[in-house]
Design a protein around this ligand. Structure first.
Ligand SMILES: Cc1cc2nc3c(=O)[nH]c(=O)nc-3n(C[C@H](O)[C@H](O)[C@H](O)COP(=O)(O)O)c2cc1C
Length: 362
């Protein structure tokens, strides 16, 4: 299961029993990757996202990992720092931090659920960067204490590590910017800290080389992400998790930029490659059979189908995800999506109209 932010943590950004129920329902995944979880208060940029920096959060996550383990599942925590994708309203009026003082494109959602323009972030001082690396280390250590089976370093989707990696968001002139080697340094230091805590077999990393989210871009994505994958290879990480563009629909054909970047990553990294982005049963099977990827992660379809592995395996119809309830809210659109068995038994649910529609495979 791909990481899915659901904005349903309690006061103090602490995971709850309701969150434990949601993950337990999905424990038949080969591997669950948790929603992105901030390693420090400054790493937050959305309301009610869980953290992994306070004792209460560690205890809350322990409830989740216990529930998943009781159901024979395995779960990694996704380690997150949003960098510039935030707002001073989350930080007592202090600006968000980033590699460079370049505002993101688009709008941010405040703690009061208002949409407002991004502010210009404050560029981290050189000597502050190792402090942020330490926050990843502490987050990784806390994830271990909270009973996770491993961690995924979130280096995708325009957040802090991605901001260091990509040339469009990194104009630094110190050892963390300029050359590719320098843009890779923050990633390398985070991986060193996290693998120190976990050992390499229990650590993965997520990249989204071509995602233009929040105006994030890179002048030479093939070179940058070949380099990033080589860093993951140096540390012998368990897997690289790749977010592919929706269009063209994966698995990407041999020609075109996505295919080129994908192949460069595959060549540079010897471990398992997890593909993600708009897969269904047929395209996922093709991707594995053609050796395009070793594993496929499912996001939205897992959100709507707690028993997705069974549905795919047996070719059963799937529930349709309801976008209205993706972020924020309560049990509705969260823990009330029915399993196949529950549907067969005609159980009634406090659900949405979308759930009564069943789409054919995929
Ligand atoms: C509601 C929602 C929340 C998401 N939250 C995260 C997240 O916390 N971390 C992350 O790396 N990607 C996140 N993503 C991206 C998904 O992991 C995935 O890459 C995307 O949904 C495409 O895969 P899919 O077509 O199987 O859904 C999120 C996507 C959605 C729809």
């Amino acid at each position: 299961m791909a990481p899915l932010t659901r904005n349903r943590a309690a006061e103090g950004n602490v995971p709850t029993e309701m969150n434990a129920t949601y993950y337990r329902q999905r424990a038949s995944a080969a591997l669950l990757v948790s929603e992105a979880t901030q390693v420090a208060p400054k790493g937050q940029g959305y309301p009610r996202t869980p953290g992994i920096h306070s004792e209460a959060q560690v205890e809350g996550w322990q409830t989740v990992t216990d529930a998943v383990h009781e159901a024979d599942g395995r779960i990694f925590l996704q380690l997150w720092h949003v960098g510039r994708i935030s707002h001073s309203a989350y930080h007592d009026g202090e600006k968000p931090v980033a590699p460079s003082a370049i505002p993101a494109e688009g709008q941010v959602i405040t703690p009061d659920l208002e949409m407002t323009d991004f502010e210009t972030p404050r560029a981290l001082e050189t000597e502050e960067v190792p402090e942020v690396v330490e926050q990843y280390r502490e987050g990784a250590a806390n994830a271990r204490r909270a009973g996770f089976d491993g961690v995924e370093i979130h280096a995708a989707n325009g957040y802090l590590i991605d901001q260091f990696l990509r040339s469009g968001t990194n104009e630094r002139t110190d050892r963390y910017g300029g050359s590719l080697e320098n843009r890779l340094r923050f990633l390398r230091e985070v991986m060193a800290a996290v693998t120190d805590e976990w050992g390499r077999e229990r650590v993965g990393v997520r990249f989204s080389p071509l995602s233009p989210v929040h105006g994030t871009y890179d002048d030479t994505p093939e070179e940058t992400f070949r380099g990033a994958a080589a860093v993951a290879d140096d540390f012998g990480l368990a897997y690289v998790h790749l977010v592919e563009p929706n269009d063209p629909k994966p698995p990407v054909q041999d020609d075109g930029e996505t295919g080129t970047v994908f192949r460069a990553i595959r060549e540079a990294f010897d471990g398992a490659l997890v593909a993600n982005g708009n897969y269904d049963e047929t395209t996922a099977r093709d991707a594995i059979e053609q050796g395009y990827a070793d594993l496929v992660a499912f996001g939205r379809s897992f959100l709507a189908n707690p028993d997705l592995p069974r549905r795919l395996k047996e070719g059963l119809p799937v529930n349709v995800p309801d976008e209205e309830t993706f972020y924020n809210g309560d049990e509705r659109g969260y823990t009330d999506y029915p399993t196949w068995d529950e549907l067969q038994n005609g159980a009634s649910f406090e659900t949405l109209d979308a759930l009564s529609e069943l789409s054919p495979r995929g």
